[in-house]
Design a protein around this ligand. Structure first.
Ligand code: COA
Length: 259
């Protein structure tokens, strides 16, 4: 599959999706959203892919937001439709993907770019990464899930401040807030994320899928614990759980089949 705005590649079991509009700081226009939807479908469908990485082309930006040049013609209904389409076809699909999708944030992650990183299962950033939800500068609010995912991650007060001031924070601040797991030198970013993906890809895929499901269903009430118990039980019906225990007892490395 060839794309106008993305570059994709498969390195062993790790699929890399590069958003490739560096002259517009990789802003998310309609074509990027449509192509990202197709690329994420590929992650779901292609058995060779065990995990994916999303990053931006160039050293300046991951994604500097939704494409503002498409905003002037929008009215309320069209704005809501834009947000709904993006959330359903890209952001929600990334979050609920049974295979890990990691954001490698290599520069500005603003507005929809910050939301794209937040929809991924976790975030590794380069030291020059910058995060923010500057929509209020445009008379707007986040529309790709930012008010929900960022609040869940950093808590109400920090989310309020970030979204009310539109301030842009450094990779270090984002790490303190719990947005970023690890900061690495720009030249190391993709290799580091591939290394982490490679580790995950040696584990049992059905167990990884259930980790994602349980964490996405995080809930302080009994419902969250009940969900975990159900998913834990399901693991025992997989060949990989038998293989995992047998390999441990036989003091050898497990060979997981994904079944
Ligand atoms: N939508 C459309 N185009 C964008 C864009 C966006 N979100 N972000 C950057 N661009 C374009 C610029 O218009 C410029 O295009 P041009 O060269 O044709 O004029 C190009 O990308 C480079 O950006 P520029 O603003 O010149 O770079 P900078 O280094 O001076 O500033 C930013 C970088 C990220 C601070 C600045 O581009 C910015 O504030 N972008 C918008 C961020 C935003 O509000 N995002 C949320 C959108 S809802």
């Amino acid at each position: 599959m060839s794309y106008q705005t993305l570059q994709t590649s498969l390195d062993d079991t790790v699929y890399t999706i590069i958003i490739n509009r560096p002259d517009k700081l990789n802003a998310l226009n309609r074509t990027v959203i449509e192509e990202l939807s197709v690329a994420i479908d590929e992650v779901y469908k292609n058995d060779q892919i065990k995990s994916a990485i999303i990053t931006g082309a160039g050293e300046k930006a991951f994604v500097a937001g939704a494409d503002i040049s498409e905003f002037l013609k929008l009215d309320g209904a069209a704005g809501e439709a834009l947000a709904r389409k993006g959330q359903q076809t890209v952001f929600d699909k990334i979050e609920t993907c049974p295979k890990p999708i990691i954001a490698a944030v290599n520069g500005f992650a603003l507005g929809g770019g910050c939301e794209l990183a937040l929809a991924c299962h976790f975030i590794i950033a380069s030291s020059n990464a910058k995060f923010g939800q500057p929509e209020v500068n445009l008379g707007l609010i986040p529309g790709y899930g930012g008010t929900q995912r960022l609040t869940q991650l950093v808590g109400k007060n920090r989310a309020m401040q970030l979204m009310m001031t539109g301030e842009i924070i450094s990779a270090e601040e984002a790490q303190q807030y719990g947005i970023v797991n690890k900061i690495v030198a720009p030249a190391e970013l993709l290799n580091e994320v591939k290394k982490i993906s490679g580790v995950i890809n040696t584990k049992a895929p059905l167990a990884i899928a259930r980790v994602i499901e349980c964490i996405n269903n995080f809930d302080h009430t009994q419902q969250g614990y009940d969900f975990e118990m159900k998913k834990f039980g399901e693991c025992f019906d997989t060949a990989d759980a038998k293989e995992g225990a047998a390999a441990f007892l036989e003091k050898r490395k497990p060979v997981f089949s994904g079944k």
